[in-house]
Design a protein around this ligand. Structure first.
Ligand SMILES: Nc1nc2c(ncn2[C@@H]2O[C@H](COP(=O)(O)OP(=O)(O)O)[C@@H](O)[C@H]2O)c(=O)[nH]1
Ligand SMILES: [Mg+2]
Length: 141
């Protein structure tokens, strides 16, 4: 299985996605540190929100095979600069989260991730498991 690092701002749904991918019961857990799993690296949202800490993400991405940029379908804006994927020398995929949410705007999130430079974009919900098998299939192919 390819090792995936999850990047995105606080509340993007990174930790919940790790639980869904691992088949665990969904429960809230604040992410205080970079959290290493065998196949998943979870990061605190503050790293993506702070320009200085963002450098650390670029370094941590070397520990992974694939970089996942998460964007919640409920976001009012996107953190990601146009073509930011060129910062990583790994494949960068887009992961839209919370597609189940009543305020979800999946098409807008997709546009923002396309502008960021993501070719492959997965639409997911950790709550109802939408798109989780597709993402898992990509990681294990
Ligand atoms: N509706 C909905 N809410 C979600 C989903 N995934 C996460 N959340 C909620 O979003 C909040 C932040 O999730 P969390 O995984 O901790 O975000 P992180 O800060 O990126 O790790 C929590 O209240 C989750 O229950 C989802 O697929 N659908
Ligand atoms: Mg977290």
């Amino acid at each position: 299985m390819k090792k995936l690092i999850l990047i995105g701002r606080s509340e993007a749904g990174k930790t919940t996605l790790t639980q869904a991918l691992r088949g665990q019961k969904i429960h809230y857990e604040k992410t205080q540190y970079i959290t290493y799993g065998e196949n998943l690296i979870d990061t605190p949202g503050e790293y993506a929100e702070n320009a200085h800490l963002a450098h650390a993400l670029a370094l941590y991405s070397y520990e992974a095979d694939v970089v996942g940029l998460l964007l919640s379908a409920t976001e009012p804006y996107s953190l990601y600069a146009p073509n930011i994927t060129c910062m990583a020398n790994r494949e960068v995929i887009g992961i839209i989260t919370k597609a189940d949410h009543e305020d979800a705007r999946v098409d807008l999130a997709r546009l923002w991730l396309e502008n960021a430079g993501c070719d492959k974009i997965f639409v997911t919900s950790s709550y109802n498991h939408d798109g989780i098998d597709e993402l898992m299939g990509f990681l294990t192919e």
